[in-house]
Design a protein around this ligand. Structure first.
Ligand SMILES: Nc1ncnc2c1ncn2[C@@H]1O[C@H](COP(=O)(O)OP(=O)(O)OP(=O)(O)O)[C@@H](O)[C@H]1O
Length: 577
């Protein structure tokens, strides 16, 4: 109910369509209901008495009511489609915008596959329910009530048949409708499973192929597909019994009407036209009940979908913007004060009491074993998530107080996996700064050692990247990701293992370019090689989420055991220094 109420809010702009569609349907239903009565008069008064002008008059009436009915029907379909499609489009847009505010935490809680199902199939289910409600929900009950009243008034001799048939039909429809909600909820969950698997496999298709895991993946997919198929079949089969069953009950009613009617006609208490009209009205009653139950079934199916949609829309986002956020210029001095972080409440801290300070324009190097928390630490800077405890200060003020737009505008971030979008290279770089001049672009390309390979491409910056930039090498992708970060002339630059994909000459060039051309930028370099961070003003050595050493290369070499151990192991392994 809460879901219906909340989604109902999206109808606001389409109130007119939502009102006019059922009104036009009332017109169509009224015309449909008139037809059998006109026909009855045509037979019993016109044809029975050989009154041709009366027959013609009734014929014109029938034709006119058919035309009005047609206008009502077409109008209702037109406005109901318009309302439902726009409504669904707005819901989809809101969902997408909400999903964009999610951090990895919220996204993981739903799973990507489920989010895709909600954005597509669940929205579609609610759209269909809404459209059917506008088209049929008025029609069904109106046809039913109208036909019952007319039979009561014009064919009371046969009304007793309705008293038996209608309750049977109503009870059957009630149970089918109720059950279908549960069945389709299970179908929707099975679709989540299929989508999650599909999304995971398409994203990782290269790994699947490289490890020759196609057969196993296909088997796993078949399992999920089979579950979906079974649930769909069960739902469709059970719901599919409804139509033949109700037809059977109505046919029994027709047989009873013919039998009872024949006796009464013979006794001279009933006219033939009344029997024909009754049979027509019986079909209309069935039609009314069936269409009502179809809508109810669709609504029952859409309610779980609506709840899933509302869950996404109402999900409390962990990282929120301050009420009156700061939009002042950012210099780039950073203070971590006893910062701890854990990914899940039940999990352990992956960062523990991290404390350090860095001035504007300085370079911080982070080194430590895999899983020691380096990436997690730098992800706190653009507030991809917030510390569980402790505080981060930027230029002396809490990081949380800054507007997202200000913060992200001044932070250039490159992650371990260079993520580029399909489209021209130029567009990808301009994500960093839309209005970048060609000089700024060139400066960033040069600093990131990307000029040479971009120039070699036929179309240069206009070169089109495929989805996931699969038509570039790993090093080329990293260079473009770095260009994108540099082009915004960031106050804070984060290179999360970015230079590892570069050869050592390029890495040296990038570091020199950053320190000479971007010397006001505070730079965080996550690295696995000491050589990548040797020149840093401050090196943080991390172990199991704790800082076990901080200082310059020389200081750490002299007095920090963990750093000495890393240095020694890299010397021994011949890692290029
Ligand atoms: N999204 C996540 N959800 C849950 N745990 C996570 C998540 N990301 C990282 N972790 C955990 O947090 C810890 C620190 O991971 P992090 O990626 O920060 O390490 P790292 O030092 O950058 O490692 P590497 O050098 O291998 O990139 C690890 O134990 C990891 O399993």
């Amino acid at each position: 109910m809460q879901a219906i109420k909340q989604l109902g809010g999206y109808l606001g702009p389409y109130k007119f369509f939502t009102l006019i569609a059922p009104l036009l349907m009332v017109l169509e239903v009224t015309m449909d209901l008139l037809q059998p009565t006109i026909m009855q008069h045509m037979i019993d008064t016109g044809i029975a008495n050989g009154d041709n002008p009366y027959v013609l008059k009734m014929f014109v009436w029938m034709l006119m009511s058919a035309v009005f009915g047609l206008v009502g029907g077409i109008g209702c379909s037109y406005y109901s489609s318009k309302a439902a499609i726009h409504f669904a489009s707005d819901v989809r847009q809101s969902l997408y915008e909400k999903m964009m505010t999610y951090s990895a935490k919220e996204r993981d809680a739903f799973t990507t596959g489920k989010l895709i199902t909600i954005l597509t199939s669940d929205v579609e289910s609610v759209q269909r329910a809404f459209m059917m409600t506008l088209r049929i929900f008025v029609r069904g009950p109106l046809l039913f009530i109208g036909a019952v009243i007319i039979v009561f008034v014009t064919a009371r001799e046969l009304f007793s048949i309705l008293l038996i048939i209608v309750p049977i039909l109503i009870i059957a429809m009630y149970f089918f409708t109720k059950y279908s909600g549960t069945l389709y909820r299970r179908v929707q969950e099975a679709i989540d499973g299929v989508n999650t698997k599909l999304q995971e496999n398409l994203a990782g298709i290269r790994v699947v192929k490289a490890f020759r895991r196609e057969t196993q993946q296909i088997e796993q997919f078949s399992g999920l597909n089979e579950t979906l198929t079974k649930r769909f079949i069960t739902a469709e089969q059970i719901v599919g019994v409804l139509v033949p069953f109700t037809m059977f009950v109505v046919n029994l009613g027709i047989v009873a009407a013919l039998w009872l009617g024949a006796i009464k006609v013979e006794a001279g208490t009933l006219q033939v036209g009344v029997i024909l009209a009754f049979i027509n009205y019986l079909t209309i009653i069935l039609n009314g009940l069936m269409s009502s139950s179809m809508v109810l079934m669709q609504i029952a199916r859409a309610i779980p979908s609506g709840e899933r949609i509302v869950d996404v829309l109402n999900k409390e986002v962990a990282v929120k913007e301050a009420e009156n956020p700061l939009t002042s210029q950012i210099q780039g001095a950073i203070d971590f004060q006893n910062v701890s972080y854990r990914y899940y409440e039940s999990a352990e801290d992956v960062l523990k009491n991290i404390t350090f300070s860095v001035k504007q324009g300085q370079t911080v190097g982070l080194i430590g074993k895999t899983g020691s928390g380096k990436s997690t630490l730098v992800k706190l800077l653009p507030r991809l998530f917030d510390p569980t405890s402790g505080e981060i200060r930027l230029d002396g003020k809490p990081l949380k107080d800054y507007a997202f737009s200000t913060l992200r505008k001044h932070i250039g971030f490159t992650s371990q996996k260079a993520l580029l979008f399909s489209g021209a290279i130029d567009n990808n770089i301009r994500i960093g700064k839309e209005d970048a001049t060609s000089e700024e672009l060139q400066q960033a390309l040069d600093a990131a050692c990307a000029t040479e390979f971009v120039d070699r491409l036929d179309k240069g910056l206009a070169h089109e990247l495929s989805q996931g930039a699969t038509n570039l090498s790993g090093g080329q992708k990293q260079r473009l990701a770095l260009t994108r970060a540099l082009v915004r002339q960031p106050a804070i630059l984060v290179l999360d293992d970015t230079t590892s994909a570069l050869d050592s000459a390029s890495e040296k060039h990038v570091q020199e370019a950053i320190s000479s051309q971007y010397n006001d930028t505070t730079t965080f370099i996550v690295a696995s090689k000491i050589a990548s961070i040797q020149q840093a003003d401050l090196i943080l050595v991390l172990e199991d989420g704790e800082i076990v050493g901080q200082g310059t290369h020389q200081q750490l070499l002299q007095n920090n055991k963990p750093y000495q151990a890393i240095y020694a192991s890299q010397q021994k392994a011949g890692v290029q220094q």
